[in-house]
Ligand binder design. Sequence first.
Ligand code: SAM
Length: 299
Amino acid sequence: MPPRSSSKPGGKRWIAETLFDRLGLRMTFAAARMRREERSAHQHLVLFDHRHLGRVLMLDGATQLTSADEFIYHEMMSHVPILAHGRACEVLIVGGGDCGIAHQVLKHGSIARVTQVEIDSAVVALAKRHFPQLAAPVLADKRFELVIGDGNAYVRTSERRFDVVIVDSSDPQGPSAALFGRDFYAAVKRRLSPGGVLVTQSGVPFFQPGELAAAVGHWRGLFADASCYVAAVPTYVGGHLAMGWATDDKRLRRTSARTIAARYRRAGRFATRYWTPEVHTAAFALPRYIAALVEQAAD
Ligand code: SAM
């Protein structure tokens, strides 16, 4: 559902996120300047400037990123799987049209190729123009390959193998709905090299408990290890965001901060604003109510 907006004569336009309307909850932003609003072939896009959060992108009424806090989500979705894996070369990103994830992944010199499968070219075009700090270095990097298409179809038909698959999708609505199903995860499993890692955007458990539980339940039947890690992203309302974790290598999420720090040093200690080796390992220590969702999840 597109965001709702209201404005008083001559006043600011207020843009309301409608993602949690069913819960009677709306985060509303005062748009200092509207940048773009369009219905693409796949979804409704709204882009505006906010005095405190910078540039804000919404798709179908759900906040996707703001230039003020994007680093938290993008760093944790990228550096955790890559440094936990320890020998990753080939990375697949499903979604990720704003290029924020690819921007972090390409900081790893050991990564030989990043393939991004994004369904909506309008999001990439918007990122090029309005989030150049994310998109420009990515699109200029020879290791980066962009495929405009449905991620679900890609993982079913491709024959390639990946060490890390990052599903940076919007919420389970519209074009993203298919990226939360068991068949999609089974196809992703076939795309992973032995010991490969799948991470996903799995919602905010406090308001979207079913999203994480359903995903972990699907992974239980497919992978030896299924869980999640967490981080708080200020504009993803509801406290901890869950980042889903699935792999056949049970040791990876228990890798010590010391080993992660050594791998980070070898990777050149690139700049981060949220991720550290200690934050990495601590993120797998789940609050009890989220751990319960993971433990009780069944296929
Ligand atoms: N971090 C954001 C979040 O947590 O909600 C997601 C950001 S990213 C902009 C989400 C991207 O997934 C969008 O660009 C959207 O077009 C893309 N997407 C949605 N469904 C898709 C599909 N089936 N295949 C590939 N990309 C898809």
